[in-house]
Design a protein around this ligand. Structure first.
Ligand SMILES: *Cc1c(COP(=O)(O)O)cnc(C)c1O
Length: 352
């Protein structure tokens, strides 16, 4: 006999991480290429000398700093082991096998995985023809047993963000006992003034929680720090189900130092946003379809040719993230990196 594990895990999709290929340029995981903010590296080194001690389980200093910066009660904040960790905790605290989760699709691949682990029913709502979230369809998809809705804005991997008017209309229509999670992993890259600030919406709606992360714009993906701002009883439940000490001490110190480096952050995000426009315009000129994007990546909805494009880029030593049969997501890098990607794209013929 062999050890028995849950049979349903056979159907659990594996999280596919962006590939790292030695000697190649990686534009596959929406990381910033510049590294941690310059002033943060020192804080990381200092914290490294203390790692024989357990981390502060409540991430108290970081929570207080976030509360001050964002003008929210610290009781409404939960820090997690990446916002991916918080996604899992959110399903855990809202759903059993009797309940359902509504989320857009295609979107962040953690949503189906985390929902499956808990055994919740998954209601996937297709994107619009413009590869954006279809909030009206999402509102219509909510059933009496829905407990949780993920709204990914900007949407990973396609790029569009939801605008204030449509999001408020959506929030006004959702039952108040359903938790709406605004996943704003890419918020710092948003330049469109019509895209609302999730923290402000979380202050106004009793059933809204916003997710943010230090992994993307702040350049701390390897240190695993994300946070949630939402109703106090939800934040408390999140803290209860968090794996003890999973929010590590070096990450807490780095996140804290990062909050003091807002000028460096702003400069970095502005550079990426302007490169985003250039890369998208050049790809459009080459004949690719490229949805509007507010994130640090572009999406090429190449359908059946997604894998072919990705292989083509690999021969040019550029790693992109292909979603077979669907499209390719390409992270915006620095100017030189983007030139390398554009040179590779130039020798691929989007029309076949
Ligand atoms: C990258 C990403 C996250 C989370 O990243 P963490 O590293 O776990 O903080 C969350 N949501 C979306 C949509 C992402 O793309």
């Amino acid at each position: 006999m062999t050890v028995r594990i849950r049979a349903d895990l056979d159907q659990l999709p594996a999280y596919v991480a962006g590939r790292t290929v030695a000697g190649s340029l990686k534009l596959a995981s929406n990381e910033v290429s510049a590294g941690p903010l310059p002033s943060v590296t020192e804080a990381i080194a200092r914290a490294a000398g203390e790692v024989h001690r357990y981390p502060d389980m409540g991430a108290t200093r970081l929570t207080d700093a976030l509360a001050t910066r964002l003008d929210v009660d610290p009781a409404r904040i939960a820090v997690g082991c990446g916002s991916v960790g918080l996604c899992e905790q959110l399903v855990q605290i809202t759903c059993t096998t009797e309940d359902s989760v509504v989320y857009p699709w295609r979107s962040f691949e953690a949503y189906p995985i985390m929902s499956h682990i808990v055994g919740a029913t998954q209601i996937q709502v297709p994107l619009t023809a413009e590869h954006a979230l279809d909030l009206d369809a999402m509102a219509a998809a909510i059933t009496p047993d829905t407990r949780l809705v993920f709204v990914c804005s900007p949407n990973n991997p396609t790029g569009p963000a939801v605008r204030r008017a449509e999001l408020e209309r959506f929030l006004d229509s959702v039952r108040s006992d359903v938790l709406v999670v605004l996943d704003e992993a890419y918020r710092e890259f948003v330049t469109d003034p019509d895209v609302p600030d999730g923290v402000e919406l979380a202050a106004r709606y009793d059933n809204v929680l916003v997710l943010r992360t230090f992994s993307k714009a702040y350049g701390l993906a390897g240190l695993r720090i994300g946070y949630a701002i939402g109703p106090a009883h939800v934040a408390e439940a999140l803290r209860k189900v968090c794996v003890p000490f999973s929010v590590n001490a070096v990450g807490q110190a780095a996140a804290l130092a990062s909050l003091d480096a807002q000028d460096e952050l702003r400069a970095r995000c502005a550079a990426i946003a302007s490169e985003r426009v250039r890369v998208r315009d050049e790809l459009l000129a080459l004949g690719f379809e490229v949805p509007e994007t507010q994130a640090n990546f572009v999406w090429l909805p190449l359908g059946d040719r997604a894998a072919e494009f990705s292989e083509h880029c690999l021969t040019e030593r550029v790693v992109v993230r292909a979603f077979a049969g669907s499209g390719v997501r390409i992270t915006i890098g620095d100017t030189g990196e983007n030139d390398t990607l554009l040179a590779a794209a130039k020798t691929f013929h989007p029309a076949g």
